[in-house]
Design a protein around this ligand. Structure first.
Ligand code: MAN
Length: 349
């Protein structure tokens, strides 16, 4: 068995009933895919909260944020011939794509990295503007110098792209708009500049020729990105045959930058693996997992809003100890420990 994750016995750490919905009309469907960071000696998670409204028979309701910034509920009869609803996560209606849930981001913190609570007076981070009308998701948090960079998936009927907001104090945020246009997601900024340049991993999709591959980009300022290079591809017949995407910021090790990534197969089963990039030139991939380092196996990973998923975009590093926070079955927030040395020992050079 290639799974080397030591799951918290306390899992799931957070489930939908643990937080309040963002408004009276909405209910939380799932809590998932948190960003993670240390601030004022606490571990913080920036949890994705996916909401909808109570469904009733014969129709499907889904929330969107309208042009006025208010939540609006769209209602479609289930027998409408223009409706295609065969994936719990997305629907197609009259040729247009929608999400079944509307996501925003919520801050929770912890003294021990295991028990999390929502501090009073912490505001949720909501989608804003026409490029975030279907919500914001799966936020990576990277600290470069004294600034936290929040890269998240911004969803609207214009497409799926990467939004960026920055903050120094978690009270005042600056929006940098969409930094990588559709179709793109899974953007993780390196927490150090290399020879004066910012670097980021990201995942554009090129369905006709190419695929869902991990790319590397450079930037002079962390906002404007160029010199894109494709560095990790899907692999036929393996666990990461259909899509790959970066997790949180790469981890500096003596051997190189270690990145934990997710890979999915054609059946939408999501596992975690790792790869290693050259410290001076991260476009050089030195080693990669053949087998996944984490595979869905617990009940809370196998069944939920969307089963057979472990998906990470947040971790905390203390020496050799890597605490990976992850979304399980697209419904629960969980944690697992890894040894960085052990991960490195599993990679094929
Ligand atoms: C996509 C994203 C993630 C989600 C996985 C698994 O990669 O929508 O947010 O966790 O699919 O469903």
């Amino acid at each position: 068995m290639s799974d080397i994750a030591r799951r918290f016995p306390e899992n799931p750490l957070l489930m939908p009933k643990d937080l309040h919905a963002s408004s009276n009309e909405l209910q939380i469907i799932s809590l998932l895919n948190p960003g993670a960071f240390i601030f004022e000696n606490k571990v913080w998670l920036l949890v994705r909260v996916a909401e909808s409204i109570t469904q009733k028979e014969g129709v499907i309701f889904f929330p969107v944020i309208n042009a006025l910034g208010k939540v609006e509920i769209i209602e479609v009869p289930l027998n409408d011939p223009d409706l295609i609803a065969n994936d719990a996560r997305v629907i197609k209606y009259k040729g247009l794509d929608y999400l079944t849930t509307l996501s925003h981001l919520r801050l929770v913190c912890s003294d021990d990295g295991v028990h999390f609570y929502e501090p009073e007076n912490t505001l949720p981070i909501m989608g804003n503007g026409i490029l975030e009308q279907f919500g914001i998701e799966d936020c990576r948090v990277s600290k470069v110098n004294d600034t936290y960079y929040l890269t998240y998936t911004a969803v609207s009927d214009n497409g799926v792209g990467v939004g960026l907001r920055t903050t120094k104090d978690w009270k005042n945020f600056e929006s940098k708009g969409m930094i990588l246009s559709p179709h793109n997601k899974d953007c993780a900024i390196f927490e150090e500049t290399i020879n004066g340049k910012f670097y980021a991993l990201h995942r554009p999709s090129s369905p006709e020729i190419g695929g869902n591959f991990i790319w590397l980009a450079e930037s002079p300022d962390g906002v404007h990105w160029g010199n894109h290079k494709c560095i990790i591809k899907t692999r036929q017949d393996l666990w990461d045959s259909a899509r790959v995407g970066a997790g949180a910021a790469p981890i500096r090790t003596e051997e190189g930058w270690l990145e934990i990534y997710h890979g999915a197969n054609a059946a939408h089963q999501y596992c975690l693996g790792a790869f290693l990039m050259d410290l001076e030139d991260p476009s050089k991939v030195i080693a990669r997992s053949t087998e996944p380092i984490m595979v869905p196996m617990e009940n809370y990973e196998l069944s939920g809003f969307f089963g057979y998923v472990v998906f990470t975009n947040g971790h905390v590093v203390e020496g050799d100890k890597l605490t990976v926070y992850y979304g399980a079955a697209d419904e629960f927030v969980c944690g697992a420990h890894f040894s960085i040395k052990e991960i490195l020992s599993t990679l094929k050079y």
